[in-house]
Design a protein around this ligand. Sequence first.
Ligand code: MOS
Length: 728
Amino acid sequence: MKIVGASIPRPDALGKVTGAAQYPADLVRPGMLHAAAVWAHHAHARILSIDTSAARALPGVRTVLLAVDVPYNRFGLIEADQPLLCDDMVRFYGDRVALVVAENAAIARAAADLVRVEYEDLPIVSSAQQAIAPGAPRVHEDRSNVLLHQKIRRGDIEAGFAAADVVLEGRFTTSWQEHAYLQPDAGISYWEGDKLVLETAGQWLHEDQRQIAAMFEMPEERIVIRYAKIGGAFGGREDLSLPPLVALAAWKLREPVAMVWNREESIVGHHKRHPFTITMKWGAKRDGSIVAAQIESIADGGAYASTSAEVLKCAAIFAIGPYSIPNVATDAIVAYTNNVPSGAFRGFGAPQAHFAAETMVTRLAHELGLDPTDVRRKNLYKEGDLESTGKPLPAGVSVRQVFERCLEEKAVRFKSDGRVTPGSSLRRGVGLACGIKNVGYSFGFPEQATATVELEVTPAEIRSATVRVGAAEVGQGVHLVLRQIAAETLGLPFEAVRMITDDSSQAPNAGSVSASRMTLMGGRAVAEAANAARGSWVYGDPPRATVQYIPPRTTPLDLETGAGVPNYCYGYSAQAVEVEVDMRTGVTRVARIISVHDVGRAINRQQVEGQIEGCLAQAVGYTLTENLLTRDGKILTPYFSTYLLPTTLDMPTEVYPIILESADPNGPFGARGVAEMPLVPFAAAVAAAIFDATGAWVTDLPMTPERILAAIDESRRRSAASAAALIV
Ligand code: MOS
């Protein structure tokens, strides 16, 4: 193999660094108008009246659109429960009540401020705990605040605890995380003949097309979605944010319209990672075998359904980490609140679950007087093990190899500098954690990817190929990887493969770039279409084939027991993290990271390393610095000046991405996915490292200096108290 595995440079890189690449906010059409949203800025209120007269009177304003202008005013990826424009109620700060269209963006924004909305404020549901308490106000009048309650029951939990020599309890909280894609939500929309075109950013051309067609009650083939260059997504573009708004303006006025959100609008207006409160009770035997895990997870779903149900189910199955535990009782609940909707974000429920589960494993080991490494070895999944949902894991269970490799790397790379720097308040510590995360859609959600390959041939040879595959390039490098798969399969030079990927009318539906799935799913469809096209060559011309790849099927989970087949593929991770904690301030620096991943096959090694490194930066932010604060449903940190992303200075100089390649049975050339994996174990590895350095467990994310310092103080108080008790 010459092309698969090669670190071919990204063809899109030069344009992106020179500024030649066109992102959605760079797009221009002659005579285009500009749209601006009128935001609710109320967490929960009834709309009494909307007065648009002052806005309409402003020179340069073309129209002000309201809910009544949207033919089918509902959208959503799983369930269409979100209005594009609100008519009677607003349910979170970032709801939209009107859309102003004007000759330029400044006039549109000025006019948006002139729209007068009269509200009657309603009681605000500001946490999941409040939402599920008896007598709580309803977020949606026609339904319970419990969006989903998923149970998992395996074995006999009481017998499990009875057999345990040690039982530990723990409580963990995690907070929202903002995707912080550098390219804020933007797009332009216009008519091309009888087709409405939307050029924007997203993660799934054909799903955006489906939802927008439904909103305007148009046949899907009359909606064309085109993706410009996309500056990051991370799950944050799975839900439609700005795109249907700009499409509405163009659809209505039949003129080109542009819309660009500023950073505050993007942070207020699009969904976040789910905050969770996780309560755990785990039991283990003296030999380190974990025999029982009881888990209650409560998540804040925010005002609309988004992908909450799917995220919750993932958090439920991953609440035991990558461990085989015979007795499990999990109750996972996600509730509607008047907070910003929660939805997809790199890891999709797994990071929250692993923060709790992996911390419990380390604590159980300490309690038993065993090495956490040995307790992991004793319980890690192996080939043929059952999941808590009752069926065997998909073939290719490699978490033990991944963990052992992590230990080997740690022995070589983490030569101890000593825990204490003499004369300083800095303490060093090392933590370990493992992870499991699905690749591809779960729980019976229809999973497929379709690709078309067309060959240009002479009588003697294949000269070049055109690959059509509707896969979004959000910065992860998927267009390059799919092109490498096509070139390798066809025996063509890389340059002889042309990609058509960014237009819903020109490329078939390959599903979303989410769930770390596109290398496996899109890659498999491309490889099969390439083989089929070559196979069709003998029968005539032009050689061309379209193939829909469907992976092994999954099933919904039984609501009461969790029984089912949740996934067809998993990625496995293990990490070792070294931190340095300032005992006086709590300020914690990540000093070194080893991140080991079984990717099945690295189609492009450098891209895989880049995915691991980039994801680790996001993991550092999630774990230590990114603190999205809210009060009564209002986001108090809607700027990068107050919502602190890690910069290059916060990243350690020593980051070791380690790639293992045990082939997945379904993946193209054995490839699985990697995109989300480094975020899965990271927070738990850092928590264990902080404990190693300080003797204190931090159980709330993000682990800010204040929280770390408070945990250190608390653990000192406790050891002082127990020392005093010993003396007495
Ligand atoms: Mo994702 S969080 O599967 O885009």
